[in-house]
Design a protein around this ligand. Structure first.
Ligand code: FAD
Length: 477
């Protein structure tokens, strides 16, 4: 009987435990992807991630065809689709790699019970994290809320497992097995095609992920510890969307990074691995606190006096706040589906602190516009910036977008790249054009309020307002 592998956030052949087990059985393998109708607390995929998914599924199908197999596409609820496919093909075994959001876990558990009660074998395997979220515990055996001890405990657990090889053969199921047409899912935008720049920036799929990792390790890992804060340079791995869709596993990255680093750059390697650690930590939090995306981790923030301010929210979304670094980031996000981490922190802080808009509004916008929109990383990072999260940045630490720009984009090249109307300004004026002498603005063709917005809030006033709002909840628990 054939074995059914249900692909989800693991669109790769190498180091794919479910696929490896199926291939090892020697039986025909059915490779299935389900466009799930969201149920319970499951979130519908955002639009930019949908674009990525379409490319990634095509790449996976092409790789499977190289092995004489192919990807079967279906839509519906997982329970119904899998029961159908198993009944139609006589599959007796269903395998998948785990997910960690409450909605997904509930579906997988129910499915496992249903399949087993029919006498089928169903197994979920660990494939998308370095360690399972429940393996890392405090000395008292509790879930952990602070990153540094979490990461130390994680590392104390010993070696990371060795990555699995891609199967060399994958016998196909020979019977009739209809597949839906990917085009009919309409994952890619047409009118307007807001993703038109994406293909120049990204190569989704397992081969693209491996190529990105290789380039990063060869050219960018050396210097990463200091360089990672510089949005004006290619300073980080840009592996996040590949990791989001499981085109590469953190276990593969872990091992390849160790090999590439050799004895040379200990500090750079440690810093890079710690970023993978933040991803592990976000999944740990999501697993133990399943409402991370909807509820303040610190309940005292439930009483926070958020403002409802549609005009400011829109200005932020469109990159028209009048703060060049913020606007550059929001436009990079719109044009490429990605934003540099330093700038993510600055724009998120600006929304939550300068504009006093609820972090959930920002989280939703990111969810829809990021190609790496991640069930754990996105809400965990938003709560971290907002100050409502576990081990969060203290709320009173309010980023000054001008100083952040001067420090991390000192020549102004990042702003010039994404905010062309300011491109002719010299570095000394580009992060705060409203302070520049009129002659400088004139020479650069900048008229504030016309060619580029004046700041929608004054930094000092916004800072005072944010601190006053914080004092309303400071003593609550
Ligand atoms: P690198 O610096 O090369 O890091 C390597 C990998 O480590 C990343 O690919 C990512 O998987 C992981 N990582 C790095 N930083 C973090 C972090 N702070 N938290 C968790 N994992 C991290 N990351 C997402 O993957 N998806 C999101 O939806 C997301 N939303 C964010 C929202 C906000 C407000 C902020 C401040 C950060 C968010 N991040 C998110 C974290 C981080 O910004 C991105 O992971 C990073 O910018 C991706 O670029 P990179 O792959 O070049 O990172």
């Amino acid at each position: 009987a054939p074995v059914l592998v249900w692909f989800r956030d693991d669109l790769r052949l190498a180091d794919n435990p479910a696929l490896a087990r199926a291939a090892g059985s020697g039986a025909p393998v059915i490779c299935l992807y389900i466009r799930e109708t969201p149920t319970g607390s499951q979130r519908a995929m955002g639009a930019a991630a949908g674009w990525w998914l379409a490319q990634s599924l095509r790449a996976l199908d092409a790789s499977l065809r190289g092995l004489g197999n192919s990807l079967v596409l279906r839509s519906g609820t997982a329970g119904e689709v899998i029961t159908d496919v198993a009944a139609a093909t006589g599959a007796r075994t269903v395998l998948w790699n785990r997910r960690y959001d409450a909605g997904g876990i509930a579906i997988d558990k129910a499915l496992k019970t249903a399949l087993r009660s029919e006498g089928l074998e169903a197994a979920s395997l660990p494939g998308n994290l370095l360690r399972e979220p429940w393996e890392v515990k405090s000395a008292a055996g509790e879930p952990m809320k602070v990153f540094s001890p979490f990461w130390r405990a994680h590392q104390r657990l010993g070696d990371i497992r060795v990555p699995l090889r891609a199967p060399r053969a994958l016998p196909a199921f020979e019977g009739p097995l209809p597949s839906e047409d990917l085009e009919s899912w309409k994952l890619e935008p047409t009118r307007p095609n807001w993703a038109s720049d994406f293909p120049q920036v990204w190569t989704p799929g397992e081969a693209g992920a491996q190529a990105r990792l290789t380039t990063f390790l060869d050219e960018e890992l050396a210097g990463y510890a200091d360089g990672r804060d510089r949005p004006d340079r290619p300073s980080t791995s840009r592996l996040s969307p590949h990791l989001r869709f499981g085109e590469i596993s953190p276990v593969q990255i872990w091992h390849q990074a160790h090999i590439a680093a050799g004895m040379n750059h200990g500090r750079d390697l440690a810093k890079f691995l710690a970023e993978l650690g933040w991803r592990e930590f976000a999944y740990h939090l999501l697993f133990h606190w399943p409402t991370l995306a909807s509820d303040n981790f610190q309940p005292r923030f439930d009483g926070f006096p958020w403002r409802s301010d549609t005009a400011s929210l829109r200005a932020w979304q469109r990159g028209l706040t009048g703060y060049p670094l913020v606007d550059a980031g929001m436009r990079q996000l719109w044009r490429t589906g990605w934003m540099h981490n330093r700038v993510r922190m600055v724009v998120a802080s600006f929304l939550v602190k300068h504009l006093l808009v609820d972090w959930r509004e920002g989280e939703r916008w990111f969810w829809d516009t990021l190609v790496d929109a991640d069930v754990a990383n996105n809400p965990a990072s938003w709560q971290w910036v907002a100050g409502s999260g576990a081990d969060a940045a203290p709320y009173f630490r309010i980023f000054n977008p001008v100083l952040q720009g001067e420090k991390f984009d000192p020549g102004g090249d990042y702003v010039r790249g994404w905010v062309p109307e300011l491109a002719a300004l010299p570095a000394a004026a580009i992060h705060a054009p409203w302070k520049a002498p009129t002659a400088v603005l004139e020479k650069a063709g900048v008229t504030l309020g016309e060619t580029y917005p004046a700041p929608i809030v004054d930094h000092d006033a916004a800072r005072e307002r944010a601190l006053a709002a914080l004092s309303e909840i400071r003593d609550a628990t």
